[in-house]
Design a binder for this molecule. Structure first.
Ligand SMILES: CC(C)(COP(=O)(O)OP(=O)(O)OC[C@H]1O[C@@H](n2cnc3c(N)ncnc32)[C@H](O)[C@@H]1OP(=O)(O)O)[C@@H](O)C(=O)NCCC(=O)NCCS
Length: 348
């Protein structure tokens, strides 16, 4: 068995900056409300035309591949995590394979929302550890801005999310003192509808009490109608308080699970890079775990919540800023829609 390591990392965020004050042009909100509840100051939105989840993923992947000192044709497997794919199908991984002129390698899309990157990294780790692949490209990318409700009705959701992409190359290493120590994945579908986008979907025949009022079911789940846009059911739905309550329990739980598995404690963590869901959630986790400020990295203030992209963007920024040194113990942790959550411990 090999151990796997992150050999290269990169990120890309679109050039278009939208501050909280910019959002007041579209909805009744304020910089004060957004900063107080979420910590977010601004986020990036992709160009409406020409910039997609795949193109952002490609931009991040190019940097990760270059830093791993390999060529596109050396990549032997692609894992792409996103909840905002360019098409309903096929997924973004094959679009990236085409765009980057890669060989006819396997290409897998992961649909685990905010935990998507941890799930993708865990899968890459398994393939590399067993010796099946030598260069696995893992991408997390999102273009949320195309499907948010920017009216006052949708403000509790739309102010939180931003666009961007991050990528890593996972390779085998024979140096057992470095690399991915373990990954831990979980789910609980009991509250799946508390953070969800129902359309387009095939569930029109199913009625769940927990779902908000929908328009006439006869419309069919696969159709997006004008009525759905008008009454808001076409947009993502989030029970923010339910998400918050569950996240602040599951984040610390899955971090402790990873530490326990490796006979380590919170004091051993050099840097925790949590999924950037909400600054209040990150601060709650930090307090629960008794971590110092220098042990936790947050950048949600600049980018909002970029879902599957948030961890690789934050990890890359922290690394570029010199906050991650060789031998450091890095903890990644995420929680999101599904609900799904997970963690990874890495000896850098
Ligand atoms: C979304 C979240 C910030 C909302 O905060 P909250 O304190 O729960 O706010 P509520 O939804 O109860 O709304 C409180 C009030 O603010 C208003 N409000 C909601 N969004 C607003 C906005 N963007 N600007 C101004 N006011 C807003 C609501 O309409 C409500 O007004 P009312 O009291 O007059 O009815 C919070 O629930 C949260 O952070 N949840 C976790 C979400 C998350 O992390 N998601 C990512 C998943 S990985």
């Amino acid at each position: 068995m090999f151990q796997s390591k992150i050999a290269g990392i990169g990120y890309y965020v679109p050039k278009n900056v939208y501050t909280n004050t910019d959002l007041t042009r579209f909805m009744d909100t304020s910089d004060e409300w957004i900063q107080e509840r979420t910590g977010i100051k601004e986020r990036r939105y992709a160009d409406r035309i020409g910039e997609t989840t795949t193109t952002m993923g490609v931009a991040a992947a190019k940097i990760a591949i270059e830093r791993a000192n390999i060529k596109n044709e050396d990549v032997d497997f692609i894992i792409f995590a996103t909840l905002s794919p360019d098409y309903y199908f096929p997924g973004c991984a094959v679009l990236l394979q085409r765009e980057m002129g890669m060989k006819e390698i396997g290409a897998l899309d992961i649909r685990n929302q905010c935990s998507g990157f941890i799930y993708a990294l865990s899968i890459a780790d398994q393939f590399v550890k067993t010796g099946m692949y030598k260069n696995v490209l893992v991408v997390g990318a999102e273009k949320h801005s195309f499907a948010l409700d920017f009216s006052t009705r949708g403000r509790a959701v739309s102010v939180i999310f931003g666009d961007g992409a991050g990528a890593v190359v996972v390779q085998p290493t024979t140096d057992s003192s470095h690399g991915i120590l373990s990954t831990h994945l979980h789910s609980d579908g009991a509250e799946a509808e508390k953070l969800a986008m129902y359309y387009p979907g095939a569930s029109s025949g199913i009625w769940l009490d927990s779902m908000p009022d929908w328009p006439d079911q006869e419309l069919g789940g696969l159709l997006m109608t004008k009525e759905m846009l008008e009454d808001g059911t076409a947009f993502p739905y989030m029970d923010g308080q339910a998400v918050f309550k569950k996240a602040v329990v599951k984040f610390p739980e899955v971090i402790h699970e990873a530490l326990l598995k490796n006979n380590l404690t919170t004091e051993d963590i050099d840097l925790l890079v949590p999924h950037q869901a909400n600054l209040r959630i990150s601060q709650f986790i930090q307090k629960t775990l008794g971590l110092r400020d220098d042990q936790v990295f947050n950048n949600i203030q600049k980018y909002g919540n970029t879902t599957a992209a948030s961890i690789p963007i934050a990890l890359c920024e922290a690394w570029e800023a010199g906050k991650i040194k060789e031998g450091d113990l890095i903890c990644l942790a995420a929680f999101g829609a599904g609900f799904t959550w997970g963690s990874a411990l890495i000896r850098w």
